[in-house]
Write a protein that binds this ligand. Sequence first.
Ligand code: PMP
Ligand code: GLU
Length: 396
Amino acid sequence: MLEKLSSRVQNLKPSPTLAISAKAKQLRAQGIDVIGFGAGEPDFDTPLFIKEAAIKALMEGQTKYAPAAGIPPLREALAEKFSKENGIDYKPSEIVVSAGAKNLLFLIFLMLLNEGDEVLVPTPYWVSYTEQIKLFGGKPVEVPTEEEKGFSLSLEDIKPFVTDRTKVLILNSPNNPTGAVIEEKELKRIAEFCLDKGIFIISDECYEAFTYDGFKHISTASLDEEIKKITFTVNAFSKTYSMTGWRVGYVGCPNEEFAKVLTNLNSQSISNVTTFAQYGALEALKNPEARKFVEKMRTTFERRRDLILSKLMEIPDVKVNTPKGAFYVFPNFRNWVAKFNDDIEFAAYLLDEAKVAVVPGSAFGYEGFLRISYCNSDDEIIEGMERIKKAIERLS
Ligand code: PMP
Ligand code: GLU
């Protein structure tokens, strides 16, 4: 059967993060007491006023096709958001709304990549970048970042991997899975280098709302007008407003021409994002209560980060960096993984023995680590880390 498939999809792997959270949910449905640290989605409900706005739109008949680039009031509100919150001046015509940041990344790779074009992917990386790049004939080039430097990307990390086929660099700050952020000075050096070499930047800013210790998120395209002309600013409502299932993402493009191509790709594939969902997203931008909701989530995550770090430090022979953003920790379990064939086996052991679901580092291109999402209650965090500790003690 496989030989009948196109060569593009023959080696396509499913998203491991989605697979692990599905597995944890399935085990729970069978009555098994699994604590899931696999899912990368906030455990908050979408605010009521956002749901109500979508319901109102639905009841008022917003149930038909909408413009492929997104409903005009949403694109206008996004232009205002980019200007106020990110310091980037996009015209609404430079902004395209699509089915989540994931689909936008997919369309951007489709738009930019020819066979053999290279994309620099700072590693550890979010799972879908490499699979999507390969789907379009591109070559993901892993650029390792260093654990000792908190996984924060520097220009020196990138330089050795640049060739005459390098077309795109992905930036993801705050980072999934490490929670690392790129400091403004370094971000500028990296962006200026890309400008000089004619390399596009995809700046995935999905976790912009969640930064800690007073760190303020910096958008790549805000650095200067020339950098804006090579940068795609990708973002979504998914994490910021706890709307992962709504599937509303957006991108600010270097210019209108790129936005038009992405709009055409939408019109030939999904047509448009679910019309009434876009009205919910519009409410998230317009309702002042939304800012309070986001800040409540941010402070909750910051507190949980400190809690999970303190618990991880009690586990012997585990090293962990302090994440500056997102809602993941990425501890080094190499001492324990060494007792298994690989970290996939180790994660399976934790699921069997400790009934705790985590994602192995190899899913992010970084063997020997675990990604632990802290979108869980304090009690679950305490109990989950205790279970991991006990399962590990049984190994020594
Ligand atoms: N980028 C990163 C870094 C992510 O972690 C995710 C996962 N949510 C996405 C993009 C995709 O987001 P969305 O749910 O909006 O498709
Ligand atoms: N981005 C989230 C994660 O990393 C959701 C899963 C996915 O989209 O693959 O867990």
